[in-house]
Design a protein around this ligand. Structure first.
Ligand code: ZN
Length: 520
């Protein structure tokens, strides 16, 4: 029996229990048939076998992103990126390029410009944009996100004229002589145009999602847990799958408001998996809306915001539990985590289920009591390690929570020591997509470094643990015989390079189900 594909002369990190490393892998159809030494694998090479010489490169199991907003990521990718535009002329060139590709009524949206970088040394205005796009409405956000420039078509559609008065907290810039809007809108006035932009059509969402999937595969990711925001997105996943346009494995997580119209099973593309259901229990620490037991240290008036009472939470959790959905609970503050655990404790007492794999998403502010309860319930925790960095650098967590609570922000090492399974994700597009950057963040965190984890532990978050979260650890998550041939080839070995360089490792090849879907 010959293999269809073999990878030779590599540094294979299998993440498997019996054989942690190997030199080569043989693949037949979509499965791994043999993992071993070059010598052992050479016997699998026949006349029709495709042979890839890895030249010593590192291979890891195909990576999984267990928390990604593909719809939003797709929308974002459809925007024009102006972060590196160094002139208004360049900005115009990119608008023209986009306008040529799309129909006239469609909006051109962009972000990231900064007049300080422009060769012209001035703000762009509506005339600059009109020259590039007289027909398509255009809105381009400044890199700060609170200022935008729009063209005449956009002003017309929004009904903004020289008579329009700015909403309070906003400013419509007007030319000194004519009094006509210049196209620059500030703060609340940006909403005047933003709110007139129609929701993207199903075709546009499809286009964005396809683009997103392409980027995801380029990042070495072979499986995603797609956090869905609408029923349109559910249909899009089904359409992409039916039209064979999904290059990677998708585990669907639907929002709780779609519970009633959805069946709990049958979303799988490989086996009969259950569907995740995401419940927002609170908001975010950054916005002071994560629900805390005690007030915020930098806002003693506020404890954040629970989106459900205990009673409502109990009912919702019991309903999803009985319908056999997999609970995926967004809970950041300790009070949100507390009411979530209480509801799950009750649901499991009433209708026990051993292997539920219910998840807490983020689980940012923990403490030893909550950790013990998570452990006793047999729950998983899904963390986006890049957020750990953001929480500490964008604003000071110590200031916001006090040092006592900040100590227990994303305590990855403690969770792992307690035997709690932790899965890794990106929260893209809010945070960067790259799992390697996520691994670096988890390994190198500087605040409370006692919670740093090892590269091996971080790799597990994105491989075998993520596979476990979607009940797929028997087919994915490690390079072992019989499993799906999902493999990621890297330019460097994350376990060997200095930890601060892990994020710089490049993805050289992504193989999904034995097919090379990306190659650089
Ligand atoms: Zn998210």
């Amino acid at each position: 029996m010959w293999a269809d594909l073999v990878l030779m002369d590599g540094n294979v990190l299998t993440m498997g229990s019996s054989q942690p490393s190997a030199e080569a892998v043989a693949v037949k159809k979509d499965r791994i048939v043999k993992v071993g030494t070059n010598e052992e694998i050479r016997r699998w090479i026949g006349d029709d076998t495709k042979v890839i010489d890895l030249q010593g490169r590192t291979v890891v199991p195909g990576l999984t992103d267990s928390h990604i907003h593909v719809g939003d990521f797709g929308k974002f990718l459809m925007w024009i990126d102006l972060k590196d535009a160094d002139s208004i002329q360049e900005m115009q060139r990119r608008i023209r390029e986009r306008a040529q590709k799309i129909s006239k009524e469609r909006w051109i949206i962009g972000s990231g410009w900064d007049q300080a970088r422009f060769a012209e040394k001035r703000y762009p205005n509506r005339r600059d944009l009109d020259e590039a796009s007289p027909d398509n409405p255009v809105i381009l956000y400044h890199q700060c996100g609170r200022v935008c420039v729009v063209n005449s078509k956009a002003l017309e559609l929004a009904g903004v004229t020289k008579e329009t008065r700015a909403p309070s907290g906003g400013k419509i810039e007007k030319a000194a002589e004519s009094g006509e809007p210049t196209g620059i809108l500030r703060e609340k006035a940006t909403d005047l145009v933003w709110k007139t932009i129609p929701e993207p059509s199903e075709e546009e969402v499809m286009e964005g999602a396809s683009l997103a999937c392409k980027k995801i595969v380029e990042a070495g990711v072979t499986s995603i847990h797609w956090i869905v925001t609408s029923s349109t997105e559910v249909q899009i996943i089904q359409r992409l799958r039916a039209e064979n346009k999904l290059p990677l494995h998708v585990y669907t997580i639907i929002p709780a408001n779609l519970l009633d119209q959805t069946n709990s099973s049958g979303s799988g593309d490989n086996n009969d998996r259950n569907l995740g259901v995401k419940v927002f229990v609170d908001g975010s620490l950054a916005a002071h809306t994560a629900a805390l037991r005690e007030p915020y240290s930098d806002d003693p008036e506020s404890k954040g915001q629970l989106l459900y009472s205990q009673h409502e939470m109990d009912a919702l959790v019991a309903k999803a539990h009985k319908a056999n959905f997999r609970l995926v609970m967004h809970a950041m503050g300790d009070q949100a985590i507390n009411i979530t655990l209480t509801a799950i404790e009750k649901a499991l007492r009433e209708a026990p289920r051993k292997d539920h794999r219910y998840r807490l998403e983020h689980a940012s502010v923990l403490n030893s009591e909550l950790i013990q309860r998570i452990k006793e319930l047999g729950m998983m925790v899904s963390v986006q390690p890049k957020c750990v960095l953001s929480e500490f650098s964008v604003w000071s967590a110590v200031e916001r929570l006090g040092s006592e609570r900040a100590r227990w922000l994303y305590p990855l090492k403690t969770l792992i020591k307690e035997g709690i399974r932790v899965a890794g994700g990106s929260d893209c597009p809010m945070e960067p997509l790259s799992p390697l950057q996520g691994i670096q963040a988890a390994v190198t965190r500087q605040f409370f470094p006692e919670e740093q984890i090892t590269v091996d532990e971080a790799l597990r978050m994105y491989t075998i643990n993520a596979a476990y979260a979607s009940f797929e650890e028997t087919v994915k998550g490690s390079i072992e015989e019989g499993k799906l041939a999902d493999l990621t080839v890297l330019s460097g070995d994350p376990t060997a390079v200095p930890p601060s360089k892990i994020g710089d490792i490049k993805v050289k090849m992504t193989i999904i189900g034995g097919k090379v879907v990306y190659q650089k």
